[in-house]
Design a protein around this ligand. Sequence first.
Ligand code: HEM
Length: 197
Amino acid sequence: MGAIFTSPGRTVSAGVVLLIIIVAVVGAVTGQWTKIDHAWATYAMVWLHVISGVLWIGLLWYLNFVQVPTMPSIPAENRSAITKHIAPNVLFYFRYAALATVITGLLVAWMQRYILEALMLQKGFILIGLGMWMALVMAFNVWFIIWPNQQKILGLVPATDEQKAAAAKPALYASRFNTMFSIGMLYFMVMQRFAPI
Ligand code: HEM
């Protein structure tokens, strides 16, 4: 067990192996084997989509509910542990999870043949279209507002003290905006399957 649980990569691989074993056991017990067809590929894409979405929004909520509110109570001499080590790592997973969520989400819509109808908010796809547009605005914020400003704040690109101070507000507000949007976005994302409008 130690060989698996001492590495996050091996832990995730073990999760995938465990999933395959469980699916095989369910197939053997029920006699209903998973058919690898288009429907399966679509659901597998939804699965990858939800996994990347959970990573993205989980880190967004970690930043908003844990890291940012806790910073003022950390003694100034210890804050570099966050700004130099934890935050750059968080932002790496954060922005690539956002990208993966967009790509897998668009693929899910494309594989179900309603991508244009959803993006154009046509009847039957209004809810998922709204969810997709909200999430696209959020991903734009991540890559083009939060990340460039955080690079200045964390000293990952050269910036004067004034530029660092000026970057704080747009970075915080875009992150708070995304947290606000995440509530409605997730409602529309999951409602499409239950009650399409
Ligand atoms: C631009 C980004 C996104 C796009 C294009 C997108 C697109 C989609 C599409 C097309 C579906 C399938 C809806 C259906 O047919 O029932 C879906 C479902 C879903 N998405 Fe997204 N999505 C995005 C962002 C997110 C984010 C950030 C999350 C956060 C976790 C998320 C979570 C989900 C969930 C939980 C489902 C429901 C799956 C189900 O009911 O089977 N999505 N998304």
